[in-house]
Design a protein around this ligand. Structure first.
Ligand code: URA
Length: 231
């Protein structure tokens, strides 16, 4: 693998900065300063340092983001800011993408990765990954039994059974095993209500870290990564 690619992939510098940093003599390979960005290195064999700090190479990255309202769950979109813009520039060039979509006004747990196979498994309907959301409605909650049993949406689709725990007159926590477009909003619309707040708090056994403020992110712990990558 090229040296500049390894530096970008490790999230040390952006793709644009990598060549410049190497030419400036900031990078060593096995203790020797290397000034050519196209030098071939083997992450498992060569020890690469950037400004004297060892570069940790990982094949894939798995990040947890606390999505704020106003961001689109995409890598790019002409209609407004996307969740990828919440990451530092050095992480924006390595092919991370959001695993699943949240509406622009939905907040909370979003996993970003460059591991397409694992993301595909977690999103595949046959794996029934649980998705848990805290919600608030405009009107007092009614018709929860109908929603839990599965309800016909305006387009004729019948939802799978789900679980709802009421936490207030107009609020609760809903657990789904599917993820259709605007599903929760459309489910509550089908019982004459309107969702005014939606926050994903758990996905595939991984809970939103309460220490993360909106817009903040961290890498998944080993345990969380194992849940995400489960076969
Ligand atoms: N259901 C919705 O209606 N919106 C989301 O963002 C997620 C689930």
């Amino acid at each position: 693998m090229r040296l500049d690619k390894l530096l970008t992939h490790a999230g040390v510098v952006s793709r644009r900065e990598a060549g410049r940093a190497v030419r400036a003599g900031r990078v060593t390979v096995d203790g020797v300063c290397v000034r050519a960005a196209d030098v071939q290195v083997e992450p498992a064999k060569n020890s690469v340092c950037f400004d004297g700090v060892p570069v940790e190479y990982r094949e894939h990255l798995y990040l947890m983001l606390n999505k704020p309202a106003g961001y689109i769950s995409a890598t790019e979109d002409g209609r407004g800011p996307v969740v990828l813009e919440l990451l530092p520039p050095a992480l924006q060039g390595r092919g991370l993408f959001p695993c699943g979509r949240l509406d622009r006004d939905t907040v909370g747990l979003m996993i970003l990765t460059d591991d397409g196979d694992a993301a595909h498994r977690r999103l595949s309907p046959k794996h029934h990954a649980e998705k848990e959301y805290a919600f608030a409605c405009e009107r007092p909650l009614e018709g929860l039994d109908r929603l839990e049993q599965g309800i016909e949406l305006a387009d004729g689709y019948r939802t799978l059974p789900c679980k709802i725990r009421q936490t207030g007159e107009r609020s609760g926590v809903i657990t789904l095993t599917e993820g259709k477009y605007h599903q929760i909003k459309r489910m509550f619309a089908a019982v004459g209500n309107h969702i005014v707040f939606l926050e994903r708090i758990r996905f595939a056994g991984i809970s939103l870290d309460p220490a993360l403020e909106r817009g903040e992110w961290r890498t998944l712990t080993g345990e969380e990564q194992a849940l995400f990558c489960k076969k």
